[in-house]
Write a protein that binds this ligand. Structure first.
Ligand code: NAD
Length: 365
C-alpha cells in the first residue's frame, strides 16, 4: 500500500497481446485525465510481456520487464496470448510469462469482484430478482494449496497401476497472510466476511477455519461467517446477495470466483487485482486477449478501466478517485453506450475508442 498523501505514482503498463493495446490506451487516457483533474502525477513505463515479448526478446517475461514492475507502485496489465504462439512449448508460451510475473512479485492474493450493474441486469443467466444488487468480492489465495503442495505427480505403483497425487497443504502463516488481506478488504466494503472451506472433511481446512477464526479477534468490526464449499457454491447461485466478501483457498477460489463472476454475465466488464505482501500489485481484466476481435476497435475497454479503478483503490490508496472512475462507467452505461459484447435492444453500439471518449466526456462533466 502506497502513502495516501503521495501525489506521484510510477505505473508499469503491460499492454500485452490481442485487444490488450486497444483497451490499455483507453485506461491510460482515463488515468491521465483524472490525474490532471486531481493533481495526481502518473509516470507510465510500458514493457513487453506475453506474445509481444516472445517476438521481440524470445521470452514471455523478459528480466527487464520484471525489474521495471518491481520498481513501480503498481502494474496495470491488459491481456496476453493468441493463436500465433499456441503451438510453442509450455515454457515459451505467453501464459508462462503471466505465471512468472505472479511468482516474481509474490502475488498471493487475488481479488475478483462480481458486481451486477443495474444497466446490465439482463446479461445474467439468472433471474433479475436473484442477481439485482449483487456486489461480491472473492479473495482467493493464489500461491499455495493444492496447485503447489508436495508431493505431486503421477507415480507407478508396485502392482503396475498408476497413482495421481496432488497435495492440499497450507501453513498457518499462509492462511493468516491471506486472511489479513480478506479482513482488510471487508473493512473497505460492507464489513462482512465469509470464509469458505471443507473443514468437515479436510484437515487442511480445519486449520484454515481455526486460523481465520483466531484472526477475526483483531478485526472486531468485521462480521465473520464460515461455509463449506459445497454449500457456498449452492448459495452463490441460490441467493448471491447474502455475500459481501468471500475468502478461500486456491482451488475453491478458482472455481467460486468464476461462478461468482458469471453471475454478472459479461466478461468484458470484470476487473481483478493480485496483491503481494509488499511491493506492487497487478491489476488486470479477467478476460483474455480476444484474438477474434483484436485490431477491429470492437473490444470492451470497461474491465480494463475498472482494473485501473481497483489499482487506485487497493494499490494507491485513492478510493475517492476510484469511485469517480466507477461512476463514469455507470454514467456511460446509463447513457446507453454499449460495445458489441454487452449490446442489447435500444442501446447505442460503439467501438472501443468511442467508449473511451464517452468515458472522458463523463469524467469532465
Ligand atoms: P478471451 O477472454 O480472450 O475471449 C473469450 C470470448 O470473449 C471471445 O469471444 C472474445 O471476443 C470475448 N471477449 C473477451 N474480452 C472481451 C472484451 N474486452 N470485449 C469484447 N469481447 C471480449 O478467452 P479465450 O478466447 O479463451 O482466450 C484467448 C487468448 O487469451 C488465449 O491465448 C488465452 O490463453 C488468453 N488468455 C489470457 C488471459 C490473461 O491475459 N490473463 C486470460 C484468459 C485467456
Amino acid at each position: 500500500m502506497t502513502d495516501s498523501t503521495a501525489q506521484s505514482f510510477q505505473i508499469t503498463l503491460l499492454p500485452g497481446d490481442g485487444i490488450g493495446p486497444e483497451i490499455m490506451a483507453v485506461a491510460v487516457n482515463v488515468l491521465k485525465q483524472i490525474g490532471e483533474q486531481e493533481g495526481i502525477k502518473f509516470d507510465f513505463t510500458e514493457a513487453p510481456i506475453g506474445g509481444v515479448a516472445i517476438d521481440t526478446t524470445g521470452v514471455p517475461l523478459p528480466k527487464d520487464t520484471l525489474s521495471i514492475c518491481r520498481q513501480s507502485d503498481a502494474v496495470l496489465l491488459a491481456s496476453i496470448g493468441g493463436y500465433k504462439w499456441d503451438s510453442l512449448p509450455r515454457s515459451q508460451r505467453p501464459e508462462t510469462g503471466l505465471l512468472g510475473l505472479r511468482a516474481g512479485l509474490g502475488l498471493f492474493a487475488n481479488l475478483r469482484p462480481a458486481t451486477i450493474l443495474p444497466q446490465l441486469l439482463e446479461a445474467s443467466s439468472l433471474k433479475p430478482e436473484v442477481v439485482e444488487g449483487v456486489d461480491i468480492m472473492v479473495v482467493r489465495e493464489l500461491t499455495g494449496g493444492i496447485y503447489f503442495g508436495q508431493p505431486k505427480g503421477i507415480f507407478e505403483t508396485e502392482d503396475s497401476d498408476q497413482r495421481g497425487v496432488s497435495t492440499m497443504a497450507y501453513t498457518g502463516k499462509e492462511i493468516d497472510r491471506i486472511g489479513r488481506v480478506a479482513f482488510e478488504t471487508a473493512q473497505k466494503r460492507q464489513g462482512r466476511l465469509c470464509s469458505v472451506d471443507k473443514a468437515n472433511v479436510l484437515e487442511v481446512s480445519q486449520l484454515w477455519r481455526d486460523r481465520i477464526t483466531a484472526l477475526s479477534k483483531s478485526y472486531t468490526d468485521v462480521e465473520l461467517s464460515h461455509l463449506y464449499v459445497d454449500n457456498a457454491a449452492m448459495q452463490l447461485v441460490r441467493a448471491p446477495k447474502q455475500f459481501d466478501t468471500i475468502v478461500t483457498g486456491n482451488l475453491f477460489g478458482d472455481i467460486l470466483s468464476d461462478a461468482a463472476a458469471m453471475l454478472t454475465g459479461s466478461i468484458g466488464m470484470l476487473p481483478s487485482a493480485s496483491l503481494g505482501e509488499s511491493g506492487p500489485g497487478v491489476y488486470e481484466p479477467v478476460h483474455g486477449s480476444a484474438p477474434d476481435i483484436a485490431g477491429q476497435d470492437k473490444a470492451n475497454p470497461l474491465a480494463q478501466v475498472l482494473s485501473a479503478a481497483m489499482m487506485l483503490r487497493y494499490g494507491l490508496d485513492r478510493p475517492a478517485t476510484a469511485d469517480r472512475i466507477e461512476q463514469a462507467v455507470l454514467s456511460v452505461l446509463d447513457q446507453g453506450y454499449r460495445t458489441g459484447d454487452i449490446m442489447s435492444e435500444g442501446m447505442k453500439v460503439v467501438g472501443c475508442k468511442a467508449m473511451g471518449e464517452a468515458l472522458q466526456t463523463a469524467l469532465s462533466s
